[in-house]
Design a protein around this ligand. Structure first.
Ligand code: NAD
Ligand code: MG
Length: 395
C-alpha cells in the first residue's frame, strides 16, 4: 500500500490553490491536505477546513486568523489556526510535510517557498515570482538541500514533459535547439493600439482562455506574464535567453514545445485547465486523473501561431532586458511590475503606464549582484519605493 503524501498548500484560497484541492479530493488515498494557508479570506478558508480537515490553517493576517480560530472552534473542526509569515514558513517546512504547493501570488510567496526548499521538500512551483526574483539563489538552495522542484506553470510543465527523460540540465548535450514558449496574447492581442490607454481592469482581467487570479490576468494582458516565464524557463532548464522563443498561440491548446537539432518538435497539448499540470506534478512519475475533460481535436480544429509584437507588449522586452542584465534586475522588474499592476487595478494609473513605471524603476535602481535572500528582499523593498515615488509624481 502507498503511503499518503502530506501536502501543504501555500495560497489554498486562490485559483491554483482551489485547483490543487480539487485534485486532492479526487485521490484521498494518495494525498492529504496537511496545511492550508491564505491571506485574509476567512470564509473560503473555513469552508476548505470543513471539507479537508487539515492539521493547520494559516492566515497571514492576524485579525483574519482570530476570526477563523473562533469559527473553527464553533464548528468543532480539529484544525490548529496560526498566523504570520513565520507560520507560513513553519507549515512549509515541518518534518511531516512531503510536498509543498507554492501558490501564493507575487513576492509574498518567496519566504515560505524558500523554507520548503531549505528543508528538502518536493516543491510544486506555481509562484514563478520566486524564480524571477532569486533564480540562482533558489536553484542553488534546491540543489544543496536535495529538494525536488517540479513546475506547475502550464508552459514549464509542458516543457518538462517534452524534455528527454532524465534531462540533466544541459540543452546542447541533449540535442535541444530551442524552447518554444507559447503565449495566448491575452485579451488585447488585437485591440487597436490607440485604445489600450483606456482599457479597464475588468477588461484586462477577462482572459480569453484561462480563469486565473487578478495579478496574473493583468500580467497576461501586458504579456509581462510571458516575460516572467522566459526568466522562469531560463532558471528551470538552464536555457540561455536566445534559446527561448516566445510564440503567440491564441487557442492555448499547445502549452509549449521543445525543438531538437534533428528537426523534431515535441509539444504537450491539453485543454487550458491548470488541474492537468497540477495532477502531473503531484502524481509524478505516475499519471493520475485530474478531472480535466479529454481534448477534442475536432472542436479545436485550428492551431494558429504568430510572432509577438514587442511594440504592443513592451513588458516582454523589459523582461528580456532584465534577464540579460542579470544580478538584481529581474527582482527590480518583478517588484516594479507588482506595484504597477496593483496601481492599475486600483485605477490609480492607466494600463499603458505599467511598462512606463517598470522602465523608470529599472533605470533608477542601480545594478548589483545578489547572493542571499536578504539581498533579494532589500532589492524588492527598494524597487517598490522607487515605483511608488514615480506614481506619486505622476498624480
Ligand atoms: P490568486 O490571487 O488566485 O491566489 C493567491 C493566493 O495567495 C490566495 O490564497 C491568497 O490568499 C494568497 N495570498 C495573497 N497575498 C498573500 C500574502 N501577502 N501572503 C500570503 N498569502 C497571500 O493567484 P493565482 O492565480 O492562484 O496565482 C498564484 C501563483 O501561481 C502566482 O504566482 C501565479 O503567477 C502562478 N500561476 C497561476 C496560474 C493560474 O492559472 N492561476 C497559472 C500559472 C501560474
Ligand atoms: Mg503560464
Amino acid at each position: 500500500m502507498k503511503t499518503v503524501r502530506q501536502i501543504t498548500i501555500l495560497g489554498s484560497t486562490g485559483s491554483i490553490g482551489e485547483s490543487t484541492l480539487d485534485v486532492i479530493a479526487r485521490h484521498p488515498n494518495r494525498f492529504r491536505a496537511f496545511a492550508l494557508t491564505a491571506n485574509q479570506n476567512v470564509e473560503k478558508m473555513l469552508s476548505q477546513c470543513q471539507r479537508f480537515q487539515p492539521r493547520y490553517a494559516v492566515m497571514l493576517d492576524r485579525d483574519s486568523a482570530e476570526q477563523l480560530a473562533n469559527a473553527i472552534q464553533a464548528a468543532r473542526i480539529d484544525t490548529e489556526v496560526l498566523s504570520g509569515i513565520e507560520s507560513l514558513e513553519k507549515v512549509a517546512s515541518l518534518p511531516e510535510v512531503d510536498a509543498v504547493m507554492a501558490a501564493i501570488v507575487g513576492a509574498a510567496g518567496i519566504r515560505p517557498t524558500f523554507a520548503a526548499a531549505r528543508t528538502g521538500k518536493l516543491v510544486l512551483l506555481a509562484n514563478k515570482e520566486t524564480l524571477v526574483m532569486a533564480g540562482r539563489i533558489f536553484m542553488d538552495l534546491v540543489k544543496q538541500n536535495n529538494a525536488t522542484l517540479l513546475p506547475i506553470d502550464s508552459e514549464h510543465n509542458a516543457i518538462y514533459q517534452s524534455l528527454p527523460h532524465h534531462f540533466n540540465g544541459n540543452l546542447s548535450t541533449n540535442g535541444i535547439s530551442r524552447i518554444l514558449l507559447t503565449a495566448s496574447g491575452g485579451p488585447f492581442r488585437c485591440t487597436p493600439l490607440a485604445t489600450l490607454e483606456k482599457v479597464t481592469p475588468e477588461q484586462a482581467c477577462a482572459h480569453p482562455n484561462w480563469d486565473m487570479g487578478q495579478k496574473i490576468s493583468v500580467d497576461s494582458a501586458t504579456m509581462m506574464n510571458k516575460g516572467l516565464e522566459v526568466i522562469e524557463a531560463h532558471w528551470l532548464f538552464d536555457a540561455p535567453p536566445d534559446k527561448i522563443q516566445v510564440v503567440i498561440h491564441p487557442q492555448s491548446v499547445i502549452h509549449s514545445m521543445v525543438a531538437y537539432v534533428d528537426g523534431s518538435v515535441i509539444a504537450q497539448l491539453g485543454n487550458p485547465d491548470m488541474r492537468t499540470p497540477i495532477a502531473h506534478a503531484m502524481g509524478y512519475p505516475e499519471r493520475i486523473e485530474s478531472g480535466v475533460p479529454a481534448l477534442d481535436m475536432f472542436k479545436v480544429a485550428h492551431l494558429d501561431f504568430e510572432e509577438p509584437d514587442f511594440k504592443r507588449f513592451p513588458c516582454l522586452g523589459l523582461a528580456y532586458q532584465a534577464l540579460a542584465s542579470g544580478g538584481n534586475m529581474p527582482a527590480v522588474l518583478n517588484a516594479a511590475n507588482e506595484i504597477a499592476v496593483e496601481s492599475f487595478l486600483k485605477e490609480r494609473m492607466k494600463f499603458t503606464a505599467i511598462p512606463a513605471m517598470i522602465e523608470h524603476v529599472m533605470q533608477t535602481v542601480q545594478q548589483e549582484d545578489m547572493t542571499t535572500l536578504e539581498d533579494v528582499l532589500k532589492t524588492d523593498t527598494l524597487a517598490r519605493d522607487v515605483a511608488r515615488e514615480w506614481l506619486a509624481n505622476l498624480q
